[in-house]
Design a binder for this molecule. Structure first.
Ligand SMILES: Nc1ncnc2c1ncn2[C@@H]1O[C@H](COP(=O)(O)OP(=O)(O)O)[C@@H](O)[C@H]1O
Ligand SMILES: [Mg+2]
Length: 264
């Protein structure tokens, strides 16, 4: 089981200057079913990263809690894999050794972790690049290493913070396909943070749209398109949904700007 419940989260950051704290998240509540692919979509600065880190257990919220299968999250857990935009690879380690890292921390012996890492190299399609260092890999390949490393932990869920944001458009689409393939193969839950509307629609079962800061749940949308979704981007229904979401997001971006200008 892996049911996630975000329960009444409020979060404030103290400012360095000692002024009023910044309210980043306000009354955030929602649920994610086991195996569901959910995107958190919202304008830059609305608190997506903060929320993802709270859900993962990296940050303790000022108020409220996250529950996984009814248990309050008190810290990170290897069953919840975090995948970062900047890949989080160690530059002095080869692809294979980066993939082994999590297992090494867990004290798994060398032979066993080599074997698992080699399997995951195949899963993400990096055969032949085992001995390459991160600087010898493209952005898409580095993200594959990050995914493979996460997979070695047999995670129940993936927490992904704009993982494809630094990739070019074609590589991003390839990695989206790759992620969907891995998701359906391993049946993990995915919490996917993005400010990309197309990406959120294409990938998700459901999108949780957040307001400008302080981030609140503005609305939740179930994505009606059956899978696999090849070709769905070109349909009028997709364009319509994209337009609808853009109107909402645009409103939030403008509202956020206005508040900044008037110092609200
Ligand atoms: N460590 C921190 N200290 C102070 N303020 C922070 C910190 N992290 C984030 N913030 C502020 O909280 C708000 C939400 O940030 P973030 O979660 O990074 O948004 P997003 O990921 O949606 O762009 C922003 O106004 C940001 O400046
Ligand atoms: Mg962010």
């Amino acid at each position: 089981m892996n049911h996630i419940r975000v329960d009444q989260i409020n979060h404030s950051f103290q400012t360095v200057s000692g002024g009023d704290p910044i309210l980043a998240l306000k009354d955030v509540s929602f649920e994610i079913e086991q195996g569901e692919f959910v995107s958190l979509l919202g304008p830059s600065g609305c608190g997506k990263t903060t929320l993802l880190r709270i859900m993962h257990g990296l940050i303790k919220p000022t108020e409220g809690r996250t529950l996984v299968d009814g248990k309050t999250v008190t810290g990170p857990d290897p069953r919840r894999a975090m995948v970062f935009q900047d890949f989080g690879l160690l530059p002095w380690r080869t692809a294979l050794h980066n993939i082994e890292m999590g297992l090494e921390f867990q004290g798994v012996n060398k032979e066993a972790r080599r074997k698992t890492a080699a399997e995951m190299i195949n899963v993400v399609g990096l055969e032949g690049f085992e001995k390459h260092y991160p600087h010898q890999l493209s952005g898409g390949m580095k993200q594959r290493v990050g995914l493979a490393r996460a997979l070695t932990m047999s995670p129940e869920s993936f927490f992904m913070d704009e993982p494809f944001a630094s990739l070019d458009a074609q590589m991003r689409e390839l990695m989206q396909e790759e992620l969907l393939r891995i998701w359906s193969q391993f049946k993990t839950t995915v919490v996917f943070v993005t400010h990309g509307i197309d990406e959120a629609i294409y990938l998700s079962d459901r999108i949780i749209v957040m307001s400008a800061r302080p981030g609140r749940v503005k609305l939740e949308i179930k994505i009606p398109f059956p899978r696999p979704r090849h070709g769905v981007r070109a349909t009028p229904e997709f364009a319509h949904l994209r337009e609808e979401l853009w109107e909402i997001l645009k409103g939030e971006i403008q509202y956020g700007r206005m508040r900044e200008t008037v110092g609200g």
